[in-house]
Design a binder for this molecule. Structure first.
Ligand code: FE2
Length: 262
């Protein structure tokens, strides 16, 4: 299981009553966060995507007020098999897609919109695009990405997609980019061109895999894996919560760990 994760860059976990209980107890707070006026700025893509970065008000145990800590098989896998423990859970991202995702955003270029629609807005987390010039730099060092579906949807309702094995290629590319540079200076390096190059290579070589999961199930994505969100076809179905997924992306180490840890 551990080996499969490190080979493919992701793993899904079957229904777990402990995690299902966390979802039940956390959903009211998640709904409230999605509706809160102070979070309205996260609504993007013509109202079809709530990006919700760190929008869930959970504590460092992954618990919202009155709810249980995040736990279950998937958390045991992270602590045990990935060897990551002693970190605080970050406020989870609440990523919600609605029917029609994606629609163009104000000020979005045709090329960027086309990339979102045709290439699932594929990205590696932590490589932040910044002004001036929309150049990218390594600004976050997540240990892993844990995805927890919060509401049932049809399998085609804007699922997460991953390019299987892409984390190996990203690691290779960034080893070259950062060669000879001290890790505490990596955040200053403009990685845009190298990132675009490896992304193109990944599209040509890696298999795009759709990851479906229901509430109570979960998946872990390797922090270096290229991933994205599929468009919402007309036939897809969801309830009023839309396609809501909570993503934990805690920082568990330094830049060197981001690049070199398994
Ligand atoms: Fe992401």
């Amino acid at each position: 299981m551990k080996q499969t994760f490190f080979e493919k860059g992701w793993r899904r976990f079957p229904h777990d009553p402990v995690l299902a209980e966390w979802v039940d107890q956390t959903l009211p707070a998640a709904r409230q966060a999605v509706r809160a006026p102070e979070n309205a700025r996260w609504l993007r893509c013509g109202g079809t995507w709530f990006a919700g970065v760190n929008a869930l008000p959970n504590d460092t145990n992954g618990a919202v007020d009155g709810g249980p800590p995040v736990a279950g098989q998937v958390v045991n896998f992270i602590h045990g098999e990935l060897g990551l423990s002693g970190f605080g859970w970050d406020p989870a991202q609440l990523s919600v897609c609605y029917p029609g995702y994606p629609r163009p955003m104000d000020g979005e270029s045709d090329a960027n919109f086309a990339f979102r629609r045709d290439r699932d807005a594929a990205h590696v987390d932590g490589l932040r695009r910044e002004e001036p010039g929309r150049r990218r730099r390594l600004r976050e060092h997540h240990g892993f990405i844990l995805g927890i579906p919060m509401a049932p949807v049809s399998a085609d309702a804007s699922p997460l997609v991953i390019w299987e094995g892409s984390h190996h290629m990203v690691r290779e590319a960034f080893r070259t980019v950062f060669a000879g540079i001290r890790p505490d200076h990596w955040s200053e390096v403009d990685v845009t061109d190298a990132y675009h190059a490896v992304r193109r290579e990944i599209f040509d070589t890696c298999k795009r895999v759709v990851i479906n999961a229901r509430p109570g199930e979960a998946y872990v994505i390797h922090r270096l894996a290229l991933h994205g969100v599929a468009p919402w076809p007309d036939a897809a179905q969801a309830g009023p919560d839309g396609r809501m997924i909570a993503y934990f992306r805690p920082e568990t180490g330094n830049p060197e760990d981001w690049l070199s840890a398994p």
